[in-house]
Write a protein that binds this ligand. Structure first.
Ligand SMILES: [Zn+2]
Length: 500
């Protein structure tokens, strides 16, 4: 490695600080050697002010740097190069651009006001340079896009992408998943949550390989025109291979729009989930409020309680979540359940009633009861005929039989209650199976109170966890838990109104 050292002393320095040229040289040589220099060339200016750039030693150093004769430059401090900050910056930049590593000796120097200024300005310049490079790269991408090529950063599920060539091809294992997502959403009415759930149940890996499919990812896929062959990059559109046919894609867009329109007509006093929705952090029920959000008036749900009598004032700061996003999530879940009432039943009860077992136990109990009754009657008969005395033994027998009879009758009542619950459950589910299709077909024409009633029929509560900031497309970091309700509690009058 070729090293250079540069030393400078003005007459002033020597007088004021008492350091000599010889001392500077020795210190710089030692450092250069310690850093592994094999050749060390000296450049020196003695008795010349550092405010001028016109110094023989400095000029010689700069020309050596230009001729690639320097890998490492050791200087006591930036002040040796120049008295002026602008010159220091200029020279260090010039040297570094030529590939020279610059080493300053004095650590103390960094703690002086001049030193701090030098380093902070150099830091700012480095940052500025990085910005400029970034800017240039972005403009480079735009340029590529404008010319119809595919710029860097094409990462869409369903495609392979080679960054070096910008080549985009269809990924054979992911593309069928994309087609399924569109078909299920458009032709099966299972909603974005339903699509995500089905993919998770099928064990289809996400792009990242781990983690679950989420409705937001499904939405991004459904909205992305890349799947009909147009990749949107800023204001440009670039052609890529398509995966989904245009008709299906258009239908998906229509459906997405429909979902957005669903609540558009709701007035400021209409909240589909009032009474059902609560905050998991503070435990308060959440109420609907019509409030300013930026420059827009919006329906929201909040856990904040204004009234004096409230047990808890709610979270601090209070949650204010957009009503529409939560209502959409619940509505989608309702659609999923209507599509497959058995999933609702499974979610609502941990255990299905075992009707057959219950019935068998009831039969056994009735049998026992008959036996007990028979025994009791025969004792009473013999007593009545005066054949035996009512002694202690007989008394005890009778009391015992009476107790057994009571126990059995209680158990019988219990079983009958459970059985009638089971019948209601089974007939409720049966009813739901019969009419869910009809409800689904009329879903979009339901008015507010029908929608509200339908939600209350299938949902027992909605719990909001986390306080994610509402984004444009949903709630980041907010979890909406929708708890299913037992179909046995179906109020058939609600459905008869809807189905009619
Ligand atoms: Zn809260």
């Amino acid at each position: 490695m070729q090293a250079a050292i540069y030393v400078r002393v003005s007459t002033d320095d020597q007088v004021r600080h008492g350091f000599s040229l010889a001392e500077q040289k020795a210190a710089c040589r030692n450092r250069a050697a310690a850093l592994g220099a094999s050749v060390i060339t000296e450049f020196a200016d003695e008795g010349i002010s550092g405010s001028t750039m016109d110094r023989p030693g400095l000029t010689a150093l700069r020309s050596a740097v230009r001729n690639n004769q320097v890998d490492l430059l050791v200087v006591r401090d930036p002040d040796r190069l120049s008295r002026k900050l602008s010159h220091q910056l200029l020279l260090t930049e010039e040297f570094e651009k030529a590939g020279v590593k610059i080493e300053f000796l004095d650590f103390d120097w960094k703690d002086t006001p001049e030193g701090r200024l030098f380093y902070s300005v150099r830091g700012a310049i480095a940052e500025y340079e990085r910005e400029k490079i970034r800017d240039r790269m972005v403009r480079g991408k735009d340029q590529k896009a404008r010319q119809g090529g595919v710029p860097i950063g094409f990462y869409n599920y369903g495609y392979n992408y080679t960054p070096d060539s910008g080549k985009v091809t269809v990924n054979d294992s992911e593309a069928p998943v994309v087609i399924n997502i569109f078909n299920w959403f458009v032709y099966e009415d299972i909603g974005m949550n339903g699509v995500a759930r089905r993919l998770n149940e099928m064990g289809i890996p996400t792009r990242k390989g781990k983690g679950k499919w989420h409705r937001n990812v499904i939405r991004q896929i459904l909205r992305n025109p890349v799947y009909v062959g147009f990749w949107r990059y800023k204001e440009f559109s670039i052609q890529v291979p398509d995966i989904v046919n245009g008709e299906t894609w258009n239908k998906a867009q229509e459906k997405l729009k429909e979902a957005r329109r669903l609540w558009a007509g709701l007035s400021k006093n209409e909240y589909l989930l009032s009474g059902l929705i609560s905050c998991s952090e503070c435990g308060n029920t959440m109420t609907g409020v019509y409030t300013n959000w930026w420059d827009k008036r919006e329906r929201r749900y909040t856990c904040h309680k204004n009234s004096q009598g409230a047990k808890s004032r709610g979270c601090v700061p209070a949650k204010f979540l957009p009503a529409e996003v939560i209502e959409n999530a619940v509505w989608e879940q309702v659609q999923v359940w209507l599509n497959d009432p058995d999933t609702l039943a499974k979610e609502a009860v941990s255990e299905e009633p075992r009707e057959e077992e219950l019935r068998q136990e009831l039969d056994r109990i009735e049998e026992h009861l008959k036996g007990v009754e028979k025994g009791r009657n025969s004792i009473l008969d013999t007593l009545a005929l005066g054949l035996v005395e009512l002694d202690t033994n007989t008394k005890n027998k009778l009391t015992d039989l009476k107790r057994r009879k009571e126990r059995l009758e209680n158990r019988k009542k219990e079983l009958e209650a459970v059985l009638s619950e089971a019948y209601r459950y089974i007939s409720g589910l049966e009813e739901l199976r019969l009419i869910s299709r009809q409800i689904l077909s009329k879903l979009n024409s339901l008015d507010f109170s029908d929608k509200k009633a339908l939600i209350r029929t299938l949902v027992s509560q909605v719990i909001i966890a986390g306080r994610g900031q509402p984004g444009r497309n949903g709630l980041k970091d907010t979890q909406v838990t929708i708890v299913a309700k037992l179909p046995e509690q179906i109020d058939s009058s609600v459905f008869s109104d809807i189905v009619r």
